[in-house]
Design a protein around this ligand. Sequence first.
Ligand code: ADE
Ligand code: ZN
Length: 329
Amino acid sequence: MQTEFDMHKVELHLHLEGAAPPTLIRQIAHEKKADIDGIFDEQGHYVFRDFEHFLAVYETATSVLTEPMDFYRLTRAVLDQSATHGVIYTEAFLSPDFCGQAQLGPWREYLSAIQEAAQESEKKHGIVMKGIVTCIRHFGPDKAKKAALCAAETAGDFICGFGMGGAETFGVQEDYIYSFDMAQEAGLRLTTHAGEWGGAESVRQAVFDLKVERLGHGVQTIDDPQLLDEVIARDITFEVCPGSNIALGIYPDTHSHPIEKLRNRGVNVTVSTDDPPFFNTDMTKEYVALSRAFSWGKEEFTALNKTALNAAFCDKATKDTLFKRLDTE
Ligand code: ADE
Ligand code: ZN
């Protein structure tokens, strides 16, 4: 039986390494004789205590991915999963820091392996993937500049954006202006994690200092009505990841999550999974939870997907084709 949860979906916020199936990470660790057992529970799921520990576990899992072929396998596995949940377009955060330590030569090789995998997955499942090069905030502004250079040098049809993830409480958004300006000058569109942990002030800096057009999470903007008006006036889109926020303890459950309030206020909200196996989520689970908490149905989800596609960083031709697929699913 067809339900509203089977519908075609657009996802804007997915960390490629954060989407790594634990089985794949264990398999690669086994092949490389790397001991990373401590990051899994008895059922084989990733296990962590809090956000800081999550970042450490994430980096340990990622540490087994040491060559382009690993990223080829990762990309294929992640897109297989996404396609299972009806995703037809996904923008994945790709971090040069995890792909040859943000050096341009190795980065090009990793990127071409990722792109090859994406092309094959598109042929197999019809899923379209684009990349947003992402610096890691707690690695500091100098590393971010290297990531931005990788982004600027490989900007094009596939790499269409630049962003920042990592610990939002490390430094301030402003410390990364140089990198965001470099990426923007290379024609890349901008997003950053803001208002996940850093409060409304972090969102303010993201909007006014980094000049992003999308916010990773953005949910804490709810605490500042004046800033909310500003982000609405600027037509900024929020990459909301309710399951991630709940798994990390920012909100106790979907009902308490501000996504519905933000939407009613007029914010462009979209829904993504962030790091699905870490947070025991996927796009279907996200839709089911939102439907239960707020009685969202086909109409709301269709609107959500159109908002997401409007805010996507890909070229217009790709968007036009995908809009047709959203209408005819
Ligand atoms: N990297 C992967 N997931 C993240 C999150 N939720 N916040 C910041 N950085 C991340
Ligand atoms: Zn994220």
